[in-house]
Ligand binder design. Structure first.
Ligand code: BES
Ligand code: MN
Ligand code: ZN
Length: 480
């Protein structure tokens, strides 16, 4: 499924296309490229990008690239960006393999970030391309010659990038193919591949459980809903109750009868990016055998219209027993998530993190640069935020001020699914909060889930946001 993966190997030999890493001097990263490649790079980038080509003692040409910031997270990111640039350059050049040579001057972490940036930038979604446009990248292999980097370090990066690309594939897939049922099948395959358990419930079981939110959104669809449960439970898990990840799995959001117009529907295949992040993150955690018990929950359906579709003024009976007055059929994410958040209670979870392309309001605040976050009773929030800085999937906290609860009061039911004109991101989080009673962190990824223009290793289309964040969090948590 994944396209153009870059295989990473450790080596002590050097191949043809050798890239010398010459550490950092002051705030500048230095790498040395073969002469011809360096000339091409100089041709391609603008003067403002700070590229100098100077002769070096390696018989190659030293390219001084990327002004590096003092702050660690920016510095890490500069190496990933540099990796992305290198990857694109090598592909333009038709190179099939390259060797990164570090004689110990550059910190191991920076080298791994460079590799990660290269591998993430080598992604392509070619399923629906034909002819010339279906041409895969030439670059297939990256050798890393560095005494401090072991094959295991590179395997970890390879697994993590592969999992991120799995999430990208799921989001990029058109809605006609990626139905809720198909999403269930693909997650099932990921479970077999990476050794975690997957159970997929269909309409009948969903109805027995009384998931009125998921059924209400699904009512106008010709496709069956699905409720997907993933369980990765290693024998050496350090947590006795699981960390539960919940991902919004709206395979397509037309808005329902409150239909999206003026071009706002375009791109709404991204509305299962939360689900993709959860499936990708658990795949990465399982592939790298982290000692953490993690459960994943995905309520999946498309949001469409027909003669039976839910309309504004309908009242839904949720799995929790609460009633919800639908006031806007386009506020469907919170309806499907509410049932999943209630379902999570049976695990007595250590922590629940939900990821959802939930509101345009959050996207207008963070743009594609960050994630909107709200939290309750979760001491793990600091570690998650630190992990976000490390992988450059940063978070911005939105408060759960109690005044916002008034915004979702209903005249006929317990609550309603929309609030006032302002603070839509907070009203949505407040709605979800109503269905939780455990340590909880909500992540609104509406901003960073898709790119309209490419930026470093985030190419046009799906980004796979959340996978690297959650993996890093689980890893930090497992060694904390
Ligand atoms: N899926 C959308 C949110 C979204 C917007 C995701 C832009 C990605 C990019 C969500 O279901 C939605 O439609 N939210 C509404 C809520 C409103 C009707 C209360 C919104 O944000 O406008
Ligand atoms: Mn919507
Ligand atoms: Zn939506």
């Amino acid at each position: 499924m994944m396209h153009s993966p870059l295989r990473l190997h450790s080596t002590d030999a050097t191949g043809d296309m050798v890239i010398h890493l010459i550490a950092t001097k002051g705030d500048i990263a230095r790498i040395a490229l073969p002469e011809a490649l360096a000339a091409k790079l100089k041709e391609k980038v603008g003067k403002d990008e700070l590229v100098y080509v100077i002769p070096s003692e390696n018989g190659t040409t030293v390219v001084v690239k990327a002004k590096l910031e003092e702050e660690t997270s920016y510095r890490n990111q500069a190496y990933r960006a540099l990796g992305a640039k290198l990857c694109k350059l090598l592909n333009t050049d038709g190179a099939t393999a390259a060797t990164l040579l570090n004689t110990g001057v550059l910190n191991k972490d920076y080298v791994l970030q460079l590799c990660e940036g290269m591998a993430l930038a080598n992604y392509q979604f070619l399923t629906y391309r034909t002819g010339d446009k279906a041409k895969p990248n030439s670059l297939k292999e990256l050798m890393v010659s560095d005494p401090s980097i072991a094959q295991d370090d590179l395997a970890e990066v390879t697994h993590l990038v592969a999992a991120t690309c799995i999430a990208r594939d799921l989001v990029n897939e058109p809605p006609a193919t990626l139905t809720a049922t198909e999403l269930g099948k693909r997650v099932m395959a990921l479970g077999t591949q990476n050794r975690f358990e997957v159970k997929v419930m269909g309409r009948k079981r969903i109805a027995e459980l009384g998931m009125g939110g998921l059924l209400g959104v699904n009512k106008g669809s010709v496709e069956e809903p699905a409720f997907i449960v993933m369980d990765y439970r290693p024998d050496n898990a350090i947590n006795s109750s699981p960390i539960v990840l919940v991902g919004k799995g709206v395979t397509y959001d037309t808005g329902g009868y409150d239909i999206k117009h003026g071009g706002n529907m375009r791109g709404m295949k991204c509305d299962m990016a939360g689900a993709a992040a959860v499936a990708g993150a658990i795949s990465a955690v399982a592939a790298n055998r982290l000692p953490v018990h993690v459960v994943g929950l995905v309520p999946a359906t498309d949001n469409r219209i027909d003669g039976k579709a839910t309309v504004a003024d309908d009242v839904l009976l949720m799995m929790s027993g609460a009633t919800v007055e639908v006031q806007n059929t386009d506020a469907e994410g919170r309806l499907v998530l509410a049932d999943a958040l209630h379902y999570a209670k049976q695990y007595a979870p250590e922590l629940v993190i939900d990821l959802a392309t939930l509101t345009g309001a959050a996207a207008r605040i963070t743009a594609h640069h960050g994630i909107g976050m709200s939290a309750d009773k979760a001491p793990q929030k600091e570690l998650l935020m630190k992990s976000g800085e490390e992988v450059y999937e940063r978070m911005m906290e939105f408060p759960l001020w109690r005044e916002f609860h008034d915004a979702i009061k209903s005249d006929v039911a317990d609550i309603r699914n929309m609030g006032g004109a302002a603070g839509g991101n907070i009203t949505a989080a407040t709605f979800l909060h109503y269905f939780t009673d455990y340590p909880w962190i909500h992540l609104d990824i509406a901003g960073p889930s898709m790119m309209e223009t490419e930026s470093d290793y985030r190419l046009k289309g799906a980004t796979g946001v959340g996978v690297r964040l959650l993996y890093r969090f689980m890893k930090n948590y497992s060694i904390d």
